[in-house]
Design a protein around this ligand. Structure first.
Ligand code: FAD
Ligand code: NAI
Length: 495
């Protein structure tokens, strides 16, 4: 009896404490405190983009010494690793985004946030021009502002290799609107295939989902699509569900070239048992409205009809990056993207710091690299501001013939602040979800590569992403979405 009472009391205590902590942290986010005003005497840092690189910079920056201006065509941060889950409704779009104003409202000094697209950068005059794409704004659309430092985190564009028809008929998977488009198109294929009197041939075409590119994006999408088929399609579209086919087309001899051999084999065998058709050594050469032309290893061409085409063949430099590189022709010679030094300074324009996918350097275009660069840059700019202040202090001390011991103390501090180590990347491992509650992980443990796959890895995958989601709000929404799907299945209504 006494034990039960004690157990009940402890449980109540734990529940109340957890609820209290939850309420405290959620309210802390909702009611940010007072902020310092922008100060014309401070330097201006213009931040382009609010993806992984720029957001991690904003989050880590102590902006007391800077006026910060953020310019990006979207007004939120997107947690891209969970984007494939949005394409089939495992997660809702709003669960994996965080408005940038939530982030800037928590900074020490007020930041300006503009939902606009940067269209030009003048590295000599140190100005950036941006344009508001909103249809509501028809008077004051384009603005040019000066910067002291520019943080260049505009990411990259989808690579098409100039293949005809990709942009018109394929669906990319980079932004939220892409995931939404895929979801609509998928449901459109299902509803149209279910329409009365459709021919067998047309049903087979509509029910053929083709994914081009066997990198992590293509693999994760194929895995999510398979889950949708098994968990929901068979229940809600029983008459056509078994006609759904998924084909993954990859030009190289295997999928996931950046992962270890063991994980490649594990993924390919999981796909085989999930009836996902993997066509390796096959390159898409042409894209039509209803079919793609592929070339196999023997140089034979085939036509493959499709209902939905998802195009995931990697990145290429954005037009803005090409324009900037064109202004620095001697230093910017890599066509894949911006060249920087080891302090992330753009070659030829040292007041511009570039990070993430916009940079063509030694690192892979991943969120991990971009966010580590953002954090490093934030610390570096704080050190640079400290060094500036100490230089002023030193000049004053010298001008007033101060005590040499005081001068020596400031010189030491200045040397420490001016000593900025170069950026170094620490790889934490790679994870990917491959469907049917399985994930793969390439982890750099024990001086080598540790690989694992299976349900335990899947739980690890989920907890790793939950812990790296931006806010408590995101974590709560994502966990609620997972629970909702377990209880009620995915929503197949098309808005
Ligand atoms: P982005 O995050 O792409 O951000 C670019 C920003 O620039 C955006 O805010 C955009 O709106 C803005 N912008 C664009 N044009 C302009 C302009 N003209 N002016 C101003 N702003 C502009 N990586 C991992 O490490 N792990 C993963 O699990 C993983 N999963 C992924 C899943 C998917 C589906 C995708 C597509 C990518 C995934 N990645 C993953 C890769 C990762 O998302 C990128 O490497 C990362 O987003 C790069 O960060 P970034 O800041 O350079 O660019
Ligand atoms: P990717 O560049 O990694 O892979 C693209 C694939 O498409 C390549 O294997 C290429 O051979 C293939 N391809 C190119 N043209 C083709 C054609 N015409 N026909 C058939 N195949 C063709 O691109 P992805 O997957 O978009 O990833 C981009 C970056 O984002 C990578 O650095 C990746 O590591 C990162 N990412 C990481 C994830 C993770 O860690 N879970 C998830 C998604 C992306």
């Amino acid at each position: 009896q006494r034990f039960r009472l004690r157990f009940a009391r402890t449980t109540l205590f734990v529940v109340l404490t957890a609820t209290g902590a939850f309420v405290y942290f959620s309210q802390k986010d909702l009611y940010p405190g007072e902020q310092l005003d922008q100060d014309p005497k401070k330097k201006t840092v213009v931040v382009l983009g609010n993806g992984w690189g720029s957001t991690s910079f904003l989050k880590s920056l102590d902006n007391e010494e800077y006026n910060v201006v953020v310019v990006s065509p979207r007004n939120y941060f997107l947690f891209s690793p969970l984007l494939p889950s949005v394409t089939v409704g495992t997660l809702e779009a709003r669960s994996i985004i965080q408005p940038t104003r939530y982030i800037t409202r928590h900074k020490k000094r007020k930041c300006a946030v503009y939902e606009a697209e940067a269209t030009d950068i003048d590295p000599v005059k140190k100005t950036v021009t941006f344009r508001d794409a909103s249809e509501t704004n028809d008077t004051h659309k384009e603005v040019t502002i000066p910067y002291d430092y520019l943080v260049y985190g505009v990411g990259a564009e989808n690579q098409t290799f100039g293949i005809k028809g990709v942009k018109e008929h394929g669906c990319f998977l980079k932004e939220l609107k892409d995931a939404d488009r895929i979801r609509r198109k998928l449901l459109d294929c299902l509803e149209t295939a279910s329409f009365t009197g459709q021919s067998e041939e047309e049903i087979n075409r509509l029910m053929h989902m083709v994914v081009v590119g066997g990198g992590p994006t293509g693999v994760e999408y194929a895995g999510e699509l398979h889950d949708f088929l098994i968990d929901d399609l068979r229940k809600w579209y029983p008459e056509i569900a078994d006609k759904l086919r998924i084909t993954l087309i990859e030009a190289l001899p295997n999928v996931l070239p950046a992962f270890s051999k063991q994980l490649i084999e594990y993924t390919e065998s999981t796909f085989r048992s999930n009836k996902i058709d993997v066509m390796t050594r096959t390159a898409v050469k042409d894209v039509g409205e209803k079919s793609v032309i592929v070339q196999d290893a023997n140089k034979n061409t085939h036509e493959i009809p499709y209902g939905l085409l998802v195009w995931a063949t990697g990145n290429t430099a954005r037009e803005l990056s090409r324009k900037l590189m064109g202004k620095l022709p001697e230093q910017q010679t890599n066509r894949r993207g911006i060249t920087t030094d080891e302090h992330l300074r753009v070659a030829g324009a040292p007041e511009i710091f570039a990070l993430g996918d916009a940079v063509a350097g030694q690192y892979a275009p991943t969120a991990q690299v971009a966010s580590q660069q953002g954090t490093w840059l934030a610390r570096t700019l704080v050190k640079m501001a400290q060094a500036e202040k100490l230089k002023e202090e030193l000049n004053q001390l010298r001008a007033t013939n101060a005590d040499p011991a005081d001068v020596e103390r400031v010189v030491k501090k200045l040397n420490r602040a001016a000593d900025v180590p170069s950026f170094t990347y620490s790889h934490q491992g790679s994870l990917a979800y491959i469907g049917s509650e399985k994930a793969i992980a390439d982890l750099p443990f024990f001086n080598g590569s540790f690989s694992s796959g299976g349900v335990a890895t899947m739980l690890f995958w989920r907890s790793a992403y939950i812990s790296s989601l931006y806010s408590l709000r995101n974590r709560t929404l994502v966990m609620a979405d997972w629970a909702k799907v377990k209880l009620f299945g995915r929503d197949v209504s098309r808005e």
